[in-house]
Design a protein around this ligand. Structure first.
Ligand code: C2O
Ligand code: CU
Ligand code: CU
Length: 551
């Protein structure tokens, strides 16, 4: 059996041959250099090459694209097709959420609201296709959640009105259109939903942080572009199954971004907004991974600051980190980087050469070409963002000893439930199900605490599993691969990314991850939510189930 990684080594050769082709003329791909044995990934905006990082990081301000919008009343949000200069000087078709408040216009606003406040918004679908907004991580009634069944057609309107029940934290919102989530999110329909509370303010005050200056929301995404510099999204059969990978890294929609920092502590609210790419994050100076401190995960602050030198971040997950740029001297560069890891795309016998359905009769070259169009295989090392340290007063932050309280969900007498991930017929399944709108995989009792044991077979691939409507706590990782076991410093096999309140957890091949969920809510009647893989191609491909919370 040939693993995908091995295939990539061949595919690399094919990519060299293709690099000088018309598709990459705009980038002036140096064919001769490539053919002469240079790095096959050499292309402008190649994130492996450190000296490519020259575009100023886009930092959200008071209005405009990604503007920070302090929600002060009902919003009218329009999902529209527009264009956006993602690559310098190149407009790309892009999808945007547009809204206004107090005479200011916003596109894909970073919504900020106080915990406990009421959030009221209407969504107008000005696209040519169906859409709906889902509030990722928020505890809302099912009708407010953006379940795929709530998808509205072109010209349609959906009214949202709910109380923000969640504690302070870095949440987000994105399209959840039935079977169109991957394509629409990739083309822009996503942004942050920041919830504020006293704990959050205490941290900001203690560290003298200011949103948009030293407290930076940072969405990380990988994209592909065509010869005209337009976003490219064309998954073939293999990519539809494995997930679409980009080969140009965007931080806040800036390719190869650089940000000047002074020798002080910054808060980075990292969101993996990629369709399928997993990152093994580190802050690197030269060859040395520097310390950083995790203060929050998906559902807000963790209990204590935890200092580490690396962490995985899967699609849908957030990691709130403090990074002390004073670890480098003025004039030095630090890279937020994704380190090498084993992508563990073992796939299983059905996916190997000769065994892949629909691929028999194809030549080797054809098969390679159909595998992945990304020049950046999963697990390869590359840069995401350059921090260039400038002169400035050295400020050494004093971290608070405690950040917040995370009360453990009482699990005594909890219902145990097995969630088994598997693969069949080129699709990934949950408990044998592929998503059907009207099919409920199981019922849970309102108010019940359940422990879900989510198991991923050894022959498979990593899946970031995400629940709607509720948050969970990760109890334990069992059977973790060595690269996870090596990071398991937090008891019961858990890594730093597993701490606190979570709504998405990465489950590696061979692993069982046990999570506790409290299904208490105070909405009237039965509530139906989805549980799905946040690899968006997997989600659209049906790696999703309905579960119903019975009143
Ligand atoms: Cu962020 Cu159902 O997803
Ligand atoms: Cu969600
Ligand atoms: Cu998956």
């Amino acid at each position: 059996m040939l693993k995908r990684r091995q295939l990539f080594q061949f595919a690399g050769v094919a990519a060299v041959a293709a690099a000088g082709g018309a598709a990459w003329m705009y980038y002036g791909s140096p064919r001769s250099e490539a053919l002469a044995g240079g790095p096959f990934r050499h292309y402008p905006f190649d994130p492996v090459a450190a000296d490519n990082f020259q575009q100023k990081l886009f930092i959200p301000v008071g209005s405009g694209p990604f503007g920070v919008l302090d929600v002060a009343g009902p919003l009218k949000i329009r999902a529209t097709a527009a264009s956006f200069p993602l690559l310098p000087g190149r407009e790309s078709p892009f999808l945007l959420y547009q809204t206004e408040q107090a005479g200011k216009a916003y596109q894909n606003p970073i919504l900020r609201i106080e915990s406990g406040a009421r959030f009221t918004a209407s969504l107008d679908n000005a696209l040519q296709e169906p859409t709906i907004i889902h509030w990722h991580g928020l505890h809302t009634p099912a009708a407010m959640d953006g379940h795929p069944a709530s998808t509205i057609g072109p010209g349609g309107r959906y009214a949202y009105d709910f109380k923000v029940n969640n504690r302070g934290g870095t949440y987000w919102y994105h399209t959840h259109a039935h079977e169109l989530t991957a394509e629409q999110a990739y083309h822009g329909l996503a942004s942050f939903f920041l919830v504020d509370d006293d704990d959050q303010r205490r941290v900001s005050k203690a560290l003298d942080l200011q949103l948009g200056v030293t407290d930076l929301p940072l969405v990380i995404q990988d994209k592909q572009f065509d010869a005209q510099g337009k976003l490219l999204y064309k998954p073939g059969a293999h990519e539809a199954m494995m997930g679409w990978l980009g080969d140009i890294m965007l931080a806040n929609l800036t390719p190869n971004a650089v940000q000047a920092v002074t020798p002080r502590t910054y808060r980075l609210r990292l969101l993996n907004g990629s369709n399928a790419r997993i990152y093994r994050l580190a802050f690197v100076r030269g060859n040395k991974a520097l310390d950083f401190t995790v203060i929050g995960t998906d559902g807000g602050l963790i209990e204590r600051p935890e200092t580490v030198s690396e962490a995985f971040l899967a699609p849908g997950e957030r990691l709130d980190v403090l990074f002390d740029a004073g670890q480098a001297r003025p004039g030095e560069d630090i890279f937020l980087r994704s380190l090498t890891f084993d992508a563990m795309e073992n796939e299983g016998p059905a996916a190997g050469p000769g065994g892949m359905p629909g691929m028999s009769g194809m030549g080797m070259g054809q098969m390679m070409a159909s595998m992945s169009s990304s020049r950046l295989p999963l697990g390869l090392e590359f840069n995401i963002l350059k921090l260039s340290v400038t002169a400035g007063e050295r400020v050494v932050a004093k971290l608070p000893a405690t950040l917040s309280q995370v009360k453990p969900i009482p699990t005594e007498g909890a219902t145990q439930r097995k969630i088994e991930l598997s693969m069949g017929q080129m699709r990934f399944l949950i408990n044998g199900y592929t998503f059907r709108m009207d099919e409920i995989a199981f019922d849970v009792k309102r108010g019940a605490v359940e422990i879900w044991s989510i198991s991923n077979p050894a022959l498979g691939m990593p899946h970031p599993m995400h629940i709607h409507g509720f948050s969970f706590q990760v109890l334990e990782r069992i059977g973790s691969p060595p690269q996870i076991a090596a990071m398991a410093r937090f008891g019961q096999g858990r890594t730093v990314s597993d701490l606190g309140w979570k709504d998405t957890v990465l489950v590696w091949p061979g692993e069982t991850v046990r999570v506790a969920i409290d299904f208490a809510h105070d909405y009237p009647g039965d509530q139906t939510y989805v549980f799905h893989c946040h690899n968006l191609e997997h989600e659209d491909g049906g790696m999703m189930i309905n579960f119903r919370v019975k009143a």
